[in-house]
Write a protein that binds this ligand. Sequence first.
Ligand code: NAP
Length: 517
Amino acid sequence: MLNVESLDSGVTHLERDPIVIIGAGFGGLAMAKRLIDQGIEDFLVFERADEVGGTWRDNNYPGCACDVASNLYSFSFAKNPDWTRTYGKQKEIFEYLRDVTEKLNLRQKIRFGHELLSARWVEERLAWCIETPVGHFYARALITATGPFGSPVIPVLEGQDLFGGSYFHSFNWDHDYDFSGKRVAVIGTGATAAQIVPELQKNAKKVNVFQRTPTWILPRLDSETSAFKRGIYRRIPVLQKLVRGVWYSAYEGIVGLPQYVHPIFLGGFEALGRWHIRRNIDCYELRSKLTPDFRFNCKRTLLSNAYYSSLNEPNVELITDGVARFYEDCIETNEGDKIDADVVIYATGFEVPNDQFKRIFGCDGKSLSSVFKDDMSGAYLGTSVSRFPNMFTMLGPFSAAGNQSAIYMLESQAEYIAMVMAELDRDEIASIDVKPAAQARFVADVHKKSQRVSWVAGGCKSYYQDQNGQNLGLWPDWSFRYRRALSSFRRQDFNCVYRSNTKVAPTQYTQSSSSVC
Ligand code: NAP
């Protein structure tokens, strides 16, 4: 077995190709930790940027914070007694990820500036050939931990190129832009916009919020965590574990009660959402503009105490007539009103599935994204795709969980993938490829279960669905059932190639130069 040092000393002859994880965010770090726990040290993490953190490094717009309480939105193996609030803000979560990287000594395993440009399965070698800006590398397994929100989308709108002011996507925030005294147009009213608008309201002269569809928003039970409480968590870790369990159950309840127990709970949450609007908004007309006409949880439910109240402020206006076109200094609505703007913020979301899937090519030369689009094939257990041997997706199709903590789902996958890799090593298996029938069975079951859930049946359109309104990526059941489904490796669901039947030359892994494949 190779050790960490041998991978770190430039050009190294390996006994075999390493495992490569793409992305050093929550998913990639969890994966690295679980491989080490399994005694697997010959792996590397390829990260496109120059720092860890993923979405919490890249999304740094004002107000950016998590909607899942930090005691739950953190690794089970690195609980942090020092969270300063119920819901972590971007900076604190980013710091946490850097801290975990140092404490677990993972930085030495990460290759920064290694963006995945393409990955192709090489049958003769039973390995992935990965192209990056600094060279090509073989990997015996490829694990994508690139997250669902890495490719921002700016919609194409008429006359956009005529607009003379500034504009940027929330993902590429311009921290040098001074909003004071400016007229701002915010396009979109999803989770991101709901955090940005209250912050902009404090400085800007005018904030016009372009809403296409309102969504359900519930109160956010947020407060500072006292030094006393943090001290208790530090001294009695089991208490923090208990609090984590309570939050887990609460999120499971928000997602599961209305979807998997009885639709009557949908009505309960919708009543809470209406009450939240009434409590914060005085104007009847504004209330009705903000009330969704679809069922709770159909789109992602937001948690905010600040968004509605910011809409009451005199310098904020909600515009629901839709964008017709841009002019040099204004946006015209479908009703013909011209809304002056110095700067446009696109809080218009991301390309789902991730654009990285266009760069991975399986045995048949097809890209992963084309397979997802053409066949609605999805991924077996949300991690494996037929004809993409030794490849695992983290938070790929059918493994995201609406309003449950993404970390819970990622850790479930990391444990499963590490367990599978250890079993392949132990039994001298060179490659596994999920059988089409097993994948089809899993996908059919997911679609059957999805018919009852409100993100398919709730009467809205969202990035949770494909163009036919089918579930595109969410796990339609309790999250603990997902973990249970991943608790064992069902070898009978895979075609396996044993090492004894193959002859593969040892690898020269070149850290600084290219062309090993
Ligand atoms: P999003 O949820 O996809 O919302 C995009 C918004 O842009 C929607 O309101 C959408 O309207 C609107 N939009 C898109 N194209 C438009 C067009 N051509 N004209 C007018 N409006 C348009 O994106 P996001 O808010 O960036 O959030 C993405 C995901 O990131 C979230 O779902 C969440 O999972 C995560 N996130 C989480 C947090 C948190 O934890 N607090 C914060 C931010 C983001 P329609 O609804 O009509 O499509």
